[in-house]
Design a protein around this ligand. Structure first.
Ligand SMILES: Nc1ncnc2c1ncn2[C@@H]1O[C@H](COP(=O)(O)OP(=O)(O)OP(=O)(O)O)[C@@H](O)[C@H]1O
Ligand SMILES: [Mg+2]
Length: 370
């Protein structure tokens, strides 16, 4: 889909090339993540793909066609671009910001409005709430969602995403990543994604391209990169604890059926029965659900002492945080550490209970994989 052949960029007045003889092939529908230290040429590579920068050497093929022979403005309309600093126009509303490319393509106004509203919903921004706001009235994470929506709105087959989730806290970041992966599963776009964060790279990618000082050091699947780093630079980058890093590669739904799934208690269950369940549980707690299987809360050993009533619902406490089953085991670990609990409840999008992942389950996975 995208083929870079001997691609180079020397900026005027520089002796050292920013990108040097880069060969990289990205298959259709794949997410290729570029990683490497600051200044190694990631953004420059992206900007050559959509020809914001003209290469000083080499070739770029898109679907077999020579991109350097195409009209750069036309080319760019087919390549969604999420720029490193988000880059929203401050004097334009969110709706106007997202509509930039459709307006350039002169889509009918109604169609544009409709499509903007669709992509906003897709990235988790309620159009009714946000479309008429200005970027300054959004949080960093919301602005990043707008950046992603803007790149997606005209449904380009290729997306270049330069640190799209850079400016948010780890928990929001994990949510954005999971939403992105969910969307990508449906859309199957060819994506070049830049990050500094090797964990993000492992989680998001079909392949990882490691760059250093303008050169490609290794291009491999995340699993191969972890098991066979090309040199010391790559093995330092992926770091120690490679078996723990594998937690990024496994999604909760892949192990949820295998883990010993303690049954939840119904909110109207007699507390005596629940007490027995708690004693038998590895985590000394039991999840409580309502009649629609929606998560109500959790009862731990200490909650029983309060003698608040007859049934489970009278004793249960709110759970601090939950997770969805498309998140990774590493996301599960983060939530556990964040909440200070040895488990996390897994729910679906309607907040229905699907199971519990415990610290013990994660240890088992690391042991097996190691
Ligand atoms: N417009 C430009 N003019 C001159 N030099 C540039 C220009 N853009 C980038 N460079 C230089 O090219 C090299 C690669 O920069 P680039 O922005 O591609 O790095 P990067 O890998 O994206 O880094 P970061 O992770 O910090 O975003 C750097 O040495 C940078 O100073
Ligand atoms: Mg950059």
């Amino acid at each position: 889909m995208i083929k870079l052949e001997g691609l180079s960029k020397v900026f005027p007045g520089h002796n050292i090339p920013a990108v040097k003889d880069l060969n990289l092939e990205i298959n259709e529908g794949d997410v290729c993540v570029l990683v490497g230290p600051s200044g190694c040429g990631k953004t420059t590579t992206m900007k050559m793909i959509n020809r914001l920068y003209e290469p000083t050497g080499g070739k770029i093929y898109i679907r077999g066609e020579d991109a350097l022979q195409m009209n750069p403005i036309k080319l760019r309309l087919d390549i969604g671009y999420v720029i490193q600093e988000i880059g929203l126009f401050p004097h334009m509303t969110i709706e106007e910001n997202i509509a930039t490319v459709p307006n350039e393509k002169q889509w009918p106004k109604d169609e544009t409005k409709q499509k903007v509203s669709e992509v906003m919903t897709l990235v988790g921004l309620d159009p009714k709430v946000f479309k008429d706001r200005y970027p300054s009235a959004l949080s960093g994470g919301q602005r990043q969602r707008v950046g992603v929506a803007r790149a997606m709105v005209s449904d380009p087959p290729i997306m270049l995403m330069d640190e799209p989730f850079g400016a948010v806290d780890p928990i929001t970041r994990a949510r954005l990543q999971n939403e992105f992966l969910r969307i990508q599963e449906r859309m199957g776009k060819t994506i070049v994604f830049v990050t500094h964060d090797i964990d993000e790279a492992i989680k998001m990618s079909d392949t990882i391209a490691v760059m250093r000082e303008g050169e490609l050091v290794q291009h491999a699947t995340p699993s191969d990169l972890l098991s066979a780093p090309a040199d010391e630079f790559v093995s330092n980058l992926v770091g120690r604890n490679r078996s723990i890093k594998r937690l990024h590669l496994i999604r909760i739904n892949e192990i949820l059926d295998e883990v010993d799934r303690a049954k939840p208690a119904s909110e109207d269950a007699k507390i005596g029965e629940v007490e027995k369940q708690i004693e038998e549980s590895d985590i000394r707690s039991v999840i409580v659900v309502d009649k629609d299987n929606k998560l109500k809360g959790v009862i731990g050993v200490s909650d029983l002492k309060r003698k608040s009533g007859e049934v489970a619902g009278d004793y249960c406490q709110d759970v601090t945080d939950t997770i969805t089953s498309d998140a990774t085991l590493n996301d599960a670990l983060s939530v556990m550490l964040e909440c200070g609990e040895g488990y996390v409840a897994v729910v679906n999008e309607d907040d229905q209970y699907e199971g519990t992942i415990t610290l013990g389950d994660l240890l088992n996975v690391v042991k097996e994989e190691g």
